[in-house]
Design a protein around this ligand. Structure first.
Ligand code: UN1
Length: 507
């Protein structure tokens, strides 16, 4: 009896469980319950979601606003303890989170484990940051007779809008930072993955974070739009597409009231450069992981591989060999490397892109899909040859790798083209030439530059993550400046001379 059931058996038992996502404060209103199905089997239901109604959004913000001063007054240490208690509860619910990552988001077990790890790391790291930044006011210099100090406080109510590709880690990271800073939060998860978000919020409440301070508002873009256009929202932390970030930016600019803080982490057109000094086995391993892990559904994922002409045929042959060995299938099977994409729309848009490149005359290699794949949203992993990264007009968010051949003499132009995409998220380099590394590093305009390794899987605190340009506003998630961006600074200046300096001047 002391031997615990193996993980896979425990997860299998959870397969029957139906989950529900609803607004934190449910009204008696009868909203429509929408089914959430597995991306890899659209006939299998995981649970239901009820979107927040307009008046529920309205009331949620009012509640969050009312409790914010009290939450802020708790101080950094107490807020840190609550976030750490939530992290402990997340770990206690490992099975449920892994099961939901697989069933609701179509993640492989490996991805699900990494996702939970990252969520817990965010909670613990931002708790540490709450202690560091919100402890005692910082004394500032000044002349004798003047006392100056600076302290940090929450801004008010933060809206956190998160994507389906990291339905737990990126759902919880920005709210954890906002809460750490003394803000209260209304969180809208992606419409595809509200169930895992609902469990995360529930556990935060169980840990002692007041329900009013962290509320869930499930819904699609209209709910997000209603939240961000509300002048009571002091800041928005958004992760998702560049287009949506631009729309939120316009909406924030157009509203009356306080100037909102905007933190956005968006898309990429991520490149890797492989020169003739690179180690082929290492390149193969890292290219395949960067392009196809998580079915390419990471904003950090490699999209355009640039290989030096001298080694192009050899490298591509090895990469194609590893590509041909990828196991595509049900993410609930342990052996699977590549699972489904998130939904039918994602599949359609990727298939359209691939078809267009084929018609345009590009060389295209595709894997065959497994039997039974038509029940789910599978896109066969694909490699496409291109002349230039600038042939791509937008991010293709899935298991599609583009390959460009370049001549050593053209490396300057290659870097110019990569920068000309306007995105600036991740860049990879495989080279054993230190001069080449210095050359690329000096020209790279990306948030995260990875050398001789894969270019995904940034670790909280070790590799703070986030881009520039079309890829986002910074600051870097999981880095030392992130939590501070959710806060406001207040300076108190006291005249400590007996009569008071101004009084003396006026006399
Ligand atoms: C995202 O995909 O939205 O480094 C960003 C990584 C992850 C990327 C998260 N932290 O792969």
């Amino acid at each position: 009896p002391l031997v615990r059931e193996p993980l896979m058996a425990r997860l299998e038992k959870l397969d029957a469980k139906q989950w529900v996502a609803e607004p934190t404060f449910m009204s008696s209103a009868e909203g429509e319950m929408a089914p959430i199905n597995k991306p890899h089997d659209l006939t299998a239901q995981v649970g239901t979601r009820r979107d927040a109604l307009d008046f529920e959004v309205e009331e949620a913000i009012a509640r969050a606003e009312a409790i914010q001063p009290g939450w802020n007054a708790l101080g950094g240490e107490k807020r840190a303890l609550l976030l750490e208690a939530a992290a402990d509860l997340f770990e206690d619910h490992t099975d449920e989170f892994l099961s939901l990552c697989q069933r609701e988001a179509g993640k492989t077990l490996q991805d699900a484990v990494l996702e939970l790890r990252e969520a817990v790391d965010f909670l613990r790291y931002y708790a540490t940051e709450a202690r560091r930044l919100f402890a005692e006011p910082i004394p500032l210099p000044g002349p004798t007779g003047e006392e100056n100090r600076l302290s940090m406080a929450g801004r008010g109510v933060f809206a956190c809008i998160s994507p389906w590709n990291f339905p737990l880690a990126i759902f919880i990271g920005p709210p954890a930072a906002a809460l750490a800073s003394g803000n209260t939060v209304v969180a809208k998860p992606a419409e595809q993955t509200p169930l895992i978000a609902a469990l995360a919020v529930e556990l935060c409440h169980e840990a002692g974070i007041p329900e009013e301070a962290f509320q869930l508002l499930p819904g699609a873009g209209d709910v997000g739009e209603m939240i961000t256009s509300d002048p009571r929202i002091a800041g928005v932390a958004f992760t998702g597409s560049t287009q949506t970030a631009q729309a939120i930016n316009r909406s924030l600019a157009g509203r009356d009231g306080p100037i909102a803080t905007f933190i956005a982490e968006t898309g990429g057109q991520n490149a890797m450069i492989v020169d003739s000094t690179a180690l082929p086995e290492q390149v193969t391993r890292d290219v395949v992981a960067s392009a196809f892990q998580s079915a390419g559904q990471r904003c950090s994922a490699l999209r355009v591989l640039h290989i030096q002409e001298d080694v192009y045929d050899e490298m591509l042959a090895m990469i194609r060999g590893a590509f041909d060995a990828l196991v595509i299938g049900n993410p609930e099977n342990l052996a699977t490397d590549v699972g489904p994409v998130i939904d039918p729309d994602a599949k359609t848009s990727l298939e359209r892109h691939i078809a267009r490149r084929k018609t345009g005359g590009s060389q295209v290699w595709r894997r065959k899909l497994h039997r039974g794949s038509s029940k789910g949203c599978y896109v066969a992993p694909t490699i496409i040859e291109l002349d230039s990264i600038l042939d791509l007009k937008r991010e293709n968010f899935g298991p599609v790798l583009h390959v460009v051949k370049y001549k050593a003499a053209d490396i300057e132009r290659v870097m110019e083209e990569i920068n000309a995409t306007g995105y600036g998220l991740t860049l990879g380099l495989h080279s054993r030439n230190d001069d080449m590394r210095a050359f690329i590093e000096a020209r790279a305009r990306v948030g995260n530059f990875y050398v001789n390794r894969n270019q995904i899987g940034a670790v909280v605190e070790s590799q703070p993550f986030g881009g520039e340009g079309l890829s986002g506003t910074g600051p870097k998630a999981g880095g030392p400046h992130y939590v501070a961006r959710f806060a406001t600074e207040r300076v108190v200046c006291i005249d400590t001379t007996a009569a008071g300096g101004n009084a003396t001047l006026l006399a």
